[in-house]
Design a protein around this ligand. Structure first.
Ligand code: DUR
Ligand code: ZN
Length: 296
């Protein structure tokens, strides 16, 4: 078991401990539960979905990399497929606060990057901040997404974000988690192809600047992140954050990163290059390449 889970695991009810032990035995437990695994845990514990998600939150929060604040936030995004995706906040020493990933963004980004088509609910151990409420309003679940918190009645996002500003105010109809493919040709080595595939799925209706980033670990594992823009711009999630989030959730650490490739189009309004290189450098990775996206 990854050492980060030990304390939280030890505090779970015994029935959950026995049911989860085989999954957590893998140091690279992917921090997600397939629908069948969720039903097995429901059966073993006798808990309903909401109570089970709350019980599992300490495991999600244990994934936090709150290297600055030591404030661990955990979230579980529940997909329409029935799969559950853990999320936790990430702070990057030596970078800027703007590079931070919130736990809600982590869980949602996780679900999206693993191919989930929409969310029904999100369970979080603290009430979501304004930035996260805005981030969630970019999703195709709109203001109906159920927000589930400890000790509170479950309420839709709309109740947490009255008078909402969102994609529709900018005449945007393609929403985050809607299926998108921008038609760029897969080419180059496996890492370049992963970065291009991530760029093909990026959500960038505001800047029209597609972007994807892929990280290679020493053991050959590859994690890629797609750029996710937000109508209010600042809560956007850069492609590096998407990839670092998956890397961390899968039990890897920054020193495991061997190489990174950023895939972008030439001549676009925005580029992630400088910010990506600066954050990766702060994490000790200097091996960063750039590939041009080319249309078929
Ligand atoms: O809704 C919230 C509020 C804060 N944080 C994180 C961001 C930062 O890492 C730390 C302190 O704000 O908590 C979240 O993950 N979600
Ligand atoms: Zn937040």
């Amino acid at each position: 078991m990854h050492p980060r889970f030990q304390t939280a695991f030890g505090q779970l009810m015994p029935e959950l401990q026995s049911a989860l032990a085989p999954l957590l035995a893998d140091r690279h437990f992917p921090a997600l539960l397939h629908a069948e695994q969720v039903s097995a845990l429901r059966e073993a514990s006798g808990l309903d979905d909401d109570a089970l998600a709350l019980a599992l939150l300490p495991l999600a929060a244990a994934c936090a990399r709150a290297d600055l604040s030591a404030f661990n936030v955990g979230a579980i995004a529940r997909g329409v497929s029935g799969n559950w995706y853990f999320g936790a906040n990430m702070e990057f020493i030596g970078a800027t606060l703007q590079q931070t990933v919130h736990a809600e963004q982590s869980a949602i980004g996780h679900a999206w990057l693993r191919g989930e088509k929409g969310l029904s609910a999100i369970t979080v151990n603290y009430t979501p901040c304004g930035h996260c409420r805005q981030f969630m309003n970019e999703l195709n679940s709109g203001l109906d997404l159920r927000i589930h918190l400890p000790g509170r009645e479950t309420r839709p996002l709309g109740d947490y974000l009255p008078d909402a500003f969102g994609p529709r105010d900018l005449q945007i109809t393609t929403l985050l988690m809607d299926e998108q493919h921008h038609g760029f040709i897969p080419e180059g080595d496996a890492l370049a192809r992963a970065a291009i595939a991530a760029a093909n799925r990026s959500h960038m209706p505001y800047s029209r600047s597609p972007s994807g980033l892929a990280l290679a670990c020493q053991d050959g594992a590859i994690f890629s992140g797609s750029y996710a823009e937000n109508a209010a711009f600042n809560p956007s999630l850069p492609p590096l954050q998407g990839a670092l989030n998956l890397l961390n959730l899968n039990g890897y650490d920054y020193p495991d990163i061997q190489r990174a490739i950023l895939a972008e189009k030439t001549g676009t309004a925005l580029s992630q290059w400088e910010a990506t290189a600066a954050t990766l450098k702060a994490l000790g990775c200097q091996q960063i390449e750039w590939v041009a996206l080319r249309l078929a």
